[in-house]
Design a protein around this ligand. Sequence first.
Ligand SMILES: [Zn+2]
Length: 372
Amino acid sequence: MRWSLHLGRIAGIDVKVHFTFFLLLAFYGFMFAGQGGLPAAVHGIIFISLVFLCVLLHEFGHAMAARRYGIHTPDITLLPIGGVARLERIPEKPSEEIVVALAGPLVNVAICAVLFPFIQDNFHPGVLERFEPGLLLKLFGANVMLVVFNLIPAFPMDGGRVFRALLAMRMDFAKATRIAATIGQALACAGGMFALLHGIPVLALVAVFIFLAAQNEAAHAQMRAASAGLRVRDAMILRFEALPRTATLHRAVEAVLHSAQRDFPVVDEAGALCGVLTRDDLVGALRKNAADTPVAEIMRLDVPVVHDAMFLDRAFTLMQEAETSALPVVDGSGRLCGLFTHENVGELMMIQTALRGGPRSPARPPPLPARV
Ligand SMILES: [Zn+2]
């Protein structure tokens, strides 16, 4: 996610904080300071930070459960509206999805269980006297709220995922997602209205997030259904131009303007693949570089190369992970034989869905599934 600060790597997962999160801390700091001066501000910021630590542990609950099923989580990002764990894919079986969805709230149940002895009236240990007892009580309350809120069946929140998985046991996955997403969006609208009427801006933001995330996930499920059984070779571009690594940016601009192609593989003298130049990278580079700069200095080197026999949804996931709009395709002998682009996937989805008589598909394929 852009505008995120990388805090560190825990258990192979990048932990990030979106910069707007610091705005939230500053907002609460000023609000509490207005109520009770500096001590109140410090107390308030400590409390908010502890709540978000619990949110982070909640996300790790999802990530660790997903790891049991061989699903990697590249990163977890904290936002003012909560945490988002990006899973590389959705669990295959509904029963696995239920375990992964419930693992998050279960972490908060465990935190409540740990806090419970400390908040009982008859408990006054010396070590804790330095803390304000109200802080632990409030933290307990926040975790109860996190459990209750996440279990609301508003897809793609945890409760909604359990609901989708239960539906998917009885019908196909795309249909189950469509139903769960529609209900999720209806609940998000109701929650958004409630938030606006009662002046709760954070809840209104959460509602908007849920609404859009439900839409994205429904599109993702639809893509999976539309591309089932298809390989990269079924959708890749066969007629494409490759740029030599010595070509200049000026030459690349001409290639973009005089063809419908947006992204270009870059090859060496022997025709072997060296990298990929996307149109967006080219436009960005023109602002900072002279027109005679070789494309070899601008091209992406970290783009994964996909095999023409690879399943299409797997290649699409690789494309999303690499945050690029085009992947070079090689055949069995390692020769560059095609170009697999984001635009292609969109077109393929529209055609496949029309052929199968399904609903109109989105023009743009969706981003990676996120877990709240
Ligand atoms: Zn969750």
